[in-house]
Write a protein that binds this ligand. Structure first.
Ligand code: SF4
Length: 179
């Protein structure tokens, strides 16, 4: 197996030195070592299993370690139909994750309730937690899940270190009654 060496961040290079910004280095490290927490409740979870398999090889993005402990996870991947009863559980898992944390809604059900426009199904996980990337499809193919993950990597790599302390971010969390 051949390992991919990632490109260095933008900076100023000269003979014997290289200067760059601190948040570029942190972003580079974070985006290539994201630990996902798979929150799979139904069929979309099966697509995630295929994504983790050797053919699609999720580990090439530095994410070969799925975390089933929220406190050691950076990325919450919600895959499947989320019943309203499950909403508070999902929110509790999100609250247990340390900052910085990101969220992908994988598939139509997690994004909008999908075909289940019923009294019992949450019409999108963004009713209870903030979402960074939505992956369409019922179910999305592994390529689509990977595409969503690459979008997350882009966000992670470019996120300013102060974003989580900003008023805008606090306002976002407050709107979900998350401290
Ligand atoms: S989006 Fe489709 S495949 Fe995914 S959980 Fe819902 S019904 Fe199943």
């Amino acid at each position: 197996m051949q390992a991919n060496i990632v490109s260095p961040p933008q900076g100023i290079e000269g003979s014997g030195f290289f200067a760059t910004r601190f948040d570029e280095v942190i972003g580079l490290a974070r985006k290539n070592s994201i630990w996902p927490l798979p929150f799979a409740t139904s069929c979309c979870g099966i697509e995630f299993m295929a994504t983790m398999g050797s053919h699609y090889d999720f580990s090439r993005f530095g994410s070969e370690r799925p975390s089933f402990s929220p406190r050691q996870a950076d990325l919450l991947m919600v895959m499947g139909t989320i019943a309203k009863k499950m909403g508070p559980v999902l929110k509790q898992v999100y609250e247990q994750m340390a900052e910085p944390r990101w969220v992908i809604a994988v598939g139509a059900c997690a994004s909008s309730g999908g075909i289940f426009d019923t009294y019992s199904v949450l019409q999108g996980i963004d009713k209870v937690i903030p979402v960074d990337v939505y992956v369409p499809g019922c179910p999305p193919r592994p390529e689509a899940i990977i595409d969503g993950f690459l979008k997350i990597q882009e966000l992670v790599g470019k996120e300013p270190l102060r974003r989580r302390y900003s008023e805008e971010y606090q306002h976002l969390l407050n709107s979900y009654h998350i401290q």
